[in-house]
Design a protein around this ligand. Structure first.
Ligand code: NAD
Length: 498
């Protein structure tokens, strides 16, 4: 792109392509942009400057969005699956036409480089193409339970789904996250991420006139807006993507409010990347580097395999390869052509990562690359690699969610498995070996919902994504997700004999 103009000129131009009247971002409720009582600033992490002012949605405003979704739901559920799929298919053309503008908004707001946000638009288009068709299989079941009795079992929508989104790929999460709930006959209120709301709000423009009013409503805000959605009596199904701490806070809140709700959670990870001595080391280094997602989101990825466990005989080679790749990365503003890695999302998060780095040094890990920040207004952390990391160190235990990787040696297969599982999380894992038996043994024993063998980072269509242990509840991206947005209803019929 595109820095023909100043960042502030670029900001204004990017916002005007969705809100031409100069109003700036608004909530999208009941088929219209709606003004809010309170607004809050959102920042461009590449400069630290204000990017936009967005609604800090109040409880009453969340209530209005839920009521709009509830009004729209019976008619939406009354459509056939094919009709719902046609609506979603129609979104593709608008998303495609607006894709470059959305990618720019997302790059400014999140700090993810433009190639990464363009990739998110591409993924969203692919999911809109592939997933609605898969949902057509959700036709219910029939059983003959008794000689004189049958059951008809249907998959019923919950009604209104409340979706709460994390900050790292918010627009993609919003689009991907609406496909199965809508196909199942639900309507939705989506709450954007606190830090990165702008491109998600702009999806109002994509939806407008394509989905009936009220079917998808989008509001911004932080914990209070999220809480209003969580505790709204008309929201029976909650879908959450974010941190373990917030998931626990939501579960506690539901419990003390006396509310029983269906709740799915896509949470964090401390994901192992295991390299055995017989692996193709050069390919493993390339994959380990790709698995860090430094170039996609400065390492702010739930599936980032940043805990790299390497057989002691090849760890120097892997360390040298990763160090070279990290030193070559060009850091810069998300919207500049030369940028290969952008900033992290906020000043607070940058400070948190700096604390982890200081802690790693204090606890005795060896800093191989990086560890510093860039002298600029933006929130830039250098790609950072620690070696000689031991299992008790904080950097080996906590999700850092930034451009920091740790290298740890192991001697035996048993030790590799023990180290891999020495975490409360269980989202993803990668196993690198040319021994098929070992690959199958280790992948069976690693406690993770999504395991790659001789690969990393890629999602395989048809494979459900989600975490074990503290990494979550539920699975996404397949019909598992579709059925997660339905509850079964059995109609049991006694058949009288003639
Ligand atoms: P977060 O938990 O801070 O916030 C997530 C969302 O919850 C935001 O929209 C926020 O406004 C909302 N929220 C905060 N407090 C709330 C409350 N009390 N009630 C209701 N809503 C509330 O997470 P984050 O910093 O945005 O995202 C980073 C985390 O998300 C990391 O742990 C990462 O691993 C995880 N993540 C997981 C996946 C996955 O698919 N497993 C994907 C992306 C991110």
């Amino acid at each position: 792109m595109t820095t023909m103009t100043t960042p502030s000129g670029l900001h204004a131009e990017a916002l005007r392509s969705f809100w031409p009247g100069g109003t700036g971002p608004q909530n999208y409720v009941d088929g219209a942009w709606t003004t809010a009582a309170v607004y809050a600033e959102t920042f461009d992490p590449s400069t630290g400057n204000t990017f936009a002012v967005v609604p800090e949605t109040t409880k009453d405003e969340v209530d209005a969005a839920v009521r709009a979704a509830a009004r729209a739901q019976p008619a939406w559920a009354g459509l056939t699956m094919s009709q719902r799929a046609e609506h979603l298919s129609a979104l593709k053309a608008v998303l495609d036409a607006k894709g470059e503008e959305l990618a720019l908004l997302e790059a400014i707001d999140s700090g993810n480089p433009l190639p990464s946000t363009r990739r998110d638009v591409g993924l969203a288009l692919r999911y809109l193409t592939e997933w609605p068709g898969l949902a057509l299989s959700a036709t219910g079941r029939f059983t003959r339970a008794h000689a004189d009795g049958i059951s008809l079992i249907s998959a019923e929508p919950y009604g209104v789904v409340g979706k709460i989104i994390a900050y790292n790929h918010p627009m993609l999460f919003a689009i991907a996250g609406m496909i199965y709930p809508l196909m199942a006959g639900n309507t939705m209120v989506i709450k954007t991420s606190t830090q990165t709301p702008v491109a998600t709000l702009a999806l109002g423009e994509v939806i407008d006139g394509v989905l009936p009013p009220g079917v998808v409503n989008i509001v911004s805000g932080g914990a209070d807006a999220g809480d209003a959605l969580v505790t709204h009596p008309q929201v029976k199904r909650l879908a959450f993507t974010g941190s373990e701490a917030t998931a626990l806070a939501i579960q506690k809140r539901l419990s003390v409010s006396g509310m029983v709700k269906h709740f799915s959670a896509e949470l964090g990870g401390k994901n192992p990347f295991i390299v055995f001595a017989d692996a193709d080391v050069s390919a493993a280094v390339d994959a380990a580097f790709a698995g860090l997602s430094f170039h996609i989101s400065a390492g702010q990825s739930c599936q980032s395999t940043a805990r790299i466990l390497v057989h002691e005989s090849i760890i120097s080679e892997v360390e040298a390869g990763l160090a070279t790749a990290m030193r070559r990365l060009t850091l810069g503003p998300a919207y500049e052509d030369a940028t290969e890695m952008g900033p992290v999302v906020s000043r607070e998060h940058a400070r948190r990562i700096e604390e982890f780095i200081r802690g790693g040094i204090d606890e005795g890990a060896r800093l191989v690359v990086g560890g510093g920040t860039l002298k600029s207004g933006g929130y830039f952390i250098e790609p950072t690699l620690f070696s000689d990391v031991t299992p008790s160190m904080t950097i080996a235990r906590e999700e850092i969610f930034g451009p920091v990787a740790t290298l740890m040696p192991f001697a035996t297969e048993d030790e590799a498995i023990r180290l891999a599982n020495d975490t409360r999380y269980g989202l993803s894992a990668a196993v690198w070996t040319n021994d098929l038996d070992r690959a199958l043994r280790v992948s069976a024993q690693v406690q993770a919902g999504y395991v790659w063998v001789n690969d990393a980072n890629r999602h395989y269509p048809g494979s459900p994504f989600g975490g074990m242990r503290a990494s979550g509840i539920g699975r996404e991206e397949t019909v598992d997700e579709l059925f997660g947005y339905t509850e079964s209803k059995s109609v049991n019929i006694r058949v009288r004999s003639a």
